[in-house]
Design a protein around this ligand. Structure first.
Ligand SMILES: [Zn+2]
Length: 352
């Protein structure tokens, strides 16, 4: 039989992380674009904190930045951003913000076929370095194919301004790789799904770094932001190697998406990942107690009620999460997890 395997991997060209690195942005532009026209997608608050300064730096370097201030990552906002950006005909786009602005830029840049620079202002999840965008259409959150950033500029002096809760959540999103990889290996055994061992190893490494160094992830310490951001970027690289979110997204993310889709409660992405990864580790028969203590160190609660969720909503999400992406085989299986099993996972993991 002829050899027919092939794989496409997309990586960012420049990843710049550390103190005050946003000042490198003007010098990056000519590497990727011959046009002076730049579209910046950001939000009102982020514009005041950092967007205005970046706009000023670009103007000083004789570029023509066009700022689009938008809101949540909804399909309507995406259409508005794309329409406005098309009128500008930018050579490059820059997304400045937490999750939603980066998601909108990622997808808009993909649709307009222009490169984009990711400038995260919150270290709260691994989407800042991935090629997929979560866009909300009505009640449904779509995980859309989008563009990998051509450059990531993660300035720790900006990221430190986000509340500690976001940093802890970002760490939890990376730590959840442990169950994502267990699910991937399970899918390999049960379904014959291909596993990239380099991607799996890197994803596990990123998680283990943060598990071991959880006590160093502290509020108000820029080095803590550095620690977490580096592993968020490593997670992104694992996804790039795999050409899929598989190494960083398994049953714990299916659970997370199941809750996110209900729109209930006020937990942020990484906090749901923390709950999901503990429950999933329990179902895998692994060391879930260690995860519970790590999340405690990060001051992340695993109790549904702390997020305005009822136990029943969490049990329901855990039982039915397998339906969200049926092609992604995980420990949650292919039929509803029994109510008893889900309830037990919830009770045991939230007792400590
Ligand atoms: Zn995530």
């Amino acid at each position: 039989m002829e050899f027919e395997k092939y794989k496409v991997m997309q990586f960012p060209r420049d990843v710049i992380v550390g103190h005050s690195v946003m000042h490198t942005i003007p010098s990056l532009i000519p590497l990727y674009s011959r046009s002076d026209e730049i579209v910046i997608i950001t939000g009102n608050t982020t514009y005041e904190i950092v967007g205005r300064e970046i706009e000023g730096m670009l103007k000083d370097a004789n570029y023509s930045p066009h700022v689009i201030k938008t809101g949540d990552a909804t399909y309507d906002n995406l259409m508005k951003c794309e329409e406005e950006a098309r009128g500008v005909k930018p050579g490059i786009m820059i997304g400045i913000g937490g999750g939603s602005k980066i998601d909108l830029t990622k997808k808009a840049a993909f649709d307009l076929s222009v490169p984009f620079i990711s400038v995260p202002t919150s270290p709260s999840h691994d989407g800042i370095a991935s090629p997929r965008a979560s866009i909300k259409k009505g009640p449904v959150i779509l995980s859309e194919n989008a563009r990998m950033p051509i450059a990531i500029v993660a300035d720790t002096s900006i990221l430190i301004k986000a509340p500690y809760r976001y940093l802890a959540a970002g760490a939890a999103d990376v730590i959840s790789n442990v169950t994502a990889v267990l699910d991937w290996k399970l899918a390999n055994r049960i379904k014959g799904e291909e596993v990239s061992s380099s991607a799996a190893t890197l994803a596990e490494y990123a998680a283990s770094e943060l598990i071991e160094k959880a006590h160093l992830i502290l509020p108000g310490v820029e080095e803590s932001v550095w620690l977490v951001t580096k592993q968020i970027l490593a997670s992104g690289t694992a996804m790039a190697i795999a050409s899929s979110s598989r190494p960083a997204s398994g049953s714990e993310h299916l659970f997370t998406h199941a809750i996110e889709m209900t729109g209930k409660g006020k937990a942020i992405h990484g906090e749901l990942c923390a709950m999901g990864t503990v429950a999933s580790m329990f179902l895998h028969g692994g060391d879930w107690k260690k995860l519970v203590s790590v999340f405690k160190t990060l001051n992340i609660s695993l109790k549904s009620s702390d997020y305005g969720l009822t136990d029943e909503e969490v049990i329901d999400a855990l039982s039915t999460a397998h339906k969200i992406r049926p092609e992604r085989y995980t420990i949650l299986g292919e039929s509803d997890l029994s109510h008893n099993a889900a309830q037990r996972a919830l009770e045991i993991t939230t007792i400590i």
